[in-house]
Ligand binder design. Sequence first.
Ligand SMILES: *Cc1c(COP(=O)(O)O)cnc(C)c1O
Length: 397
Amino acid sequence: MSETMKAYIEEAEGALLHTYNRFPVVLDRGEGVYLYDIDGKKYLDFVAGIAVFALGYGCGDYKEALKSQVDKILHTSNYYYNVPAIEAAKKLKAFSGMDRIFFTNSGAEAVEGAIKTARKYGFLKDGRTDHQIIAMNHSFHGRTMGALSVTGNAHYRDPFEPGIGNIRFADYNDFDSVLRQVNDRTVAILLETVQGEGGLTPATEEFLRAIRKLCDERDILMILDEIQCGMGRTGYGFAWQKYGIRPDVMTSAKALGCGVPVGAFLMTEKVGAHSLVAGDHGTTYGGNPLACAAVSKVLDLFEERQIPAHVREIAPYLERRLDELVSEYDCILERRGSGLMQGLVFDHPVADTINAALEGGLILINAGANILRFVPPLVIEKEHVDEMIRILRASIR
Ligand SMILES: *Cc1c(COP(=O)(O)O)cnc(C)c1O
């Protein structure tokens, strides 16, 4: 590491609040599926800013679209219409099959909006304010108080209790455990279609369909968090689309802007007509012209480049190469995941492997202590998978 990089890291640690154990690298720029640090060292990127840079770095006219929006106007206010927001909403509606969209600045904020939508929906039904939301153990929904309250990880939640309250937890992929939490105050069931931080676990078709049926029968809102698993990552626009169901409310963020901070919560026409109205919710920046120019261009490029189809084509190859490692190494217990959202479960912490990979020019991240997570840009090709496997092999002790 250069003296310059060392000095930067020292400065960072002297000024930033230490809420992350950062890797000892100062990243500088990206090109395709590669990143470069300020010393010019090249890294193959299998993290993509944690499932953000779906299109890789410097894709097509994405940067040009942003630059031209910068020249026009960065921000108006949600009290006025702007063309990028209108375009982005129209395209996201078509891409998602949902009916009504609220743009946010982040994933956590999209989850907050979904929670408020559910509470308002319940309030309009019976005027009560004691409705309950069922969330899942091992889920992750973000760090703000509402999103944290529905996150099924006591380690994240405990120091910040009390949360928003009236949340009950069930076990993922265990419908009976969901049924045990349902009562006449239940207003929503919230889950990730594929659990990300919690261990790269896809929902079973049986589980999602059973929840859909239960929600229909009892007028409960089914809320799917697609912040990590959405936007083409599993080979579908949104992961739920392959299950033959539709949620009542869903959240998106991460790859939605491919690097520009933006999220959204989306709902059906019916929920839109029976929940938030003028004055109930707002944001200064959410869905501003810059963010929406990004969303709009990302969705254009997804279509032009047939991103979900590309994921369906390349993911089986990644799965096969990872499965080879599972059968070869005793310390690797299993592979889990869907599409280009995969995990290798080790019988020991993976921190050393990640550090060795970084040293070897490969960027990887964990999901929990023992799981290596693979969420590369969606535009990777077989040769990148091969290169990743080569460096990873050298990094496993
Ligand atoms: C990352 C993530 C969030 C939180 O998104 P932020 O933009 O970090 O607030 C919420 N839900 C899931 C499933 C995520 O992966």
